[in-house]
Design a protein around this ligand. Structure first.
Ligand code: NAD
Length: 331
């Protein structure tokens, strides 16, 4: 019996595949490679190059590999792009996920884990944010994830589908020793952008807004190491399979760092000056997003262990340096 990882060729999905194998599970992957990388999935992991909305091929793959759980990472996930192209996001996230859920229910798969996001909270009324905080997304991206969560809650009630909607805060870091890390193109996440400056492939990093109501005026985010996220998925899966409660769970650390603090950490770790330019605020950016992580800890014992800011930046730096060296090849 296997665990289907959709989006397993992407950043977080590939780390989860790695972790599932270490935990003795048998992952199988479906990925359209719209943003993922085929070489991020080991060659001996069964792989279907398909869109999750392709019901025929997805259903056949689920049956063939006797899938008993789905971890659903496949999605488009750029907030800014979702504001400019909401059709693409509602089709690619909401509609495609509903189609995947048809395949899941048809095959009688009992367990489903969704990659959700802190973006479902919109601009929070208070932080740290518990799962009971009102959900009022301020981007189409956040709306698409909330719509899938609502669908899962209804399917849980009506059909008994066990589910966890894992609301990630900011995933970062890398499992550099396994050759895994963040390879988005275009990249919108702060830490890889800052590290590109340190590598010399970008001249500077833009800080979007330095007049927020935060301690140093720049946005504050809760960074969670991608390896901690991977561990959380294995723990959530075990929890659901033991008959544990379904619902939404934050995955964060409860500690926020500002954009300025991240840049300072990158200067410490890389020894590079990392020049900064200041830009305007971006639409859809909340000033502070920090999780209350208590429910995941109480429900399935999850606690972030590798998510200190310098540890995250150092692991990401190891990955980016190794990738750059590989790209340059032997001299
Ligand atoms: N990276 C973060 O900080 C973060 C934060 C919150 C939530 N998330 C969510 O986590 C998930 C993974 O994010 P990521 O950063 O690894 O993104 P990613 O772009 O690296 O990975 C997504 C993967 O899904 C694949 N994919 C996309 N649409 C597909 C489709 N319709 N059918 C099949 N494959 C498809 C892509 O090719 C890619 O391999 C996403 O659902 C995202 O919304 C990420």
């Amino acid at each position: 019996m296997s665990v289907l990882v959709t989006g397993g060729a992407g950043y977080i999905g590939s780390h989860v595949v790695h972790r599932l194998r270490a935990a003795g599970r048998a992952p199988v992957v479906i990925d359209s490679l719209v943003t993922g990388h085929r070489d991020a999935v080991p060659g001996d992991v069964p792989f279907l190059h398909a869109d999750v909305a392709d019901r025929g091929r997805v259903g056949e793959f689920i049956e063939r590999h006797r899938v008993r759980a789905v971890l659903h990472f496949a999605a488009l996930s750029q907030v800014g792009e979702s504001l400019a192209a909401p059709r693409r996001y509602f089709q690619g996230n909401t509609v495609a996920s509903l189609s995947l859920l048809e395949s899941v229910l048809d095959a009688g798969v009992p367990t489903f884990v969704l990659s959700s996001t802190a973006a479902v909270y919109g601009s929070p009324e208070h932080t740290p944010i518990p799962e009971t905080h009102p959900t009022r997304p301020i981007s189409p991206y956040g709306e698409t994830k909330l719509s899938i969560e609502r669908c899962l809650a209804a399917y849980h009630q009506a059909y008994g589908l066990r589910y966890a909607a894992l609301r990630y805060f900011n995933a970062a870091g890398a499992e550099a020793s396994a050759g895994l890390g963040e390879r988005h193109d275009p990249e919108s996440h702060l830490i890889p952008l800052v590290l590109r400056v340190a590598l010399g492939t970008r001249p500077d990093v833009t800080v979007y807004g330095d007049d927020y109501d935060t301690p140093d005026g720049t946005c504050v985010r809760d960074y969670i190491h991608v390896c901690d996220l991977a561990d959380a998925h294995v723990a959530a899966l075990d929890h659901l399979e033991r008959g544990g409660s379904s619902g939404a769970f934050n995955l964060g650390t409860g500690r926020g760092y500002s954009v300025r603090e991240v840049i300072l950490a990158a200067r410490r770790v890389t020894g590079h000056a990392i020049p900064v330019v200041h830009g305007p605020r971006r639409p859809g950016d909340a000033p502070i997003l920090v999780a209350c992580p208590r429910l995941a800890e109480e429900s399935f014992g999850f606690r972030a262990r590798r998510s200190g800011l310098d540890d995250i930046v150092r692991d990401a730096w190891d990955f980016h340096r190794a990738s750059a060296a590989r790209d340059q090849g032997p001299r």
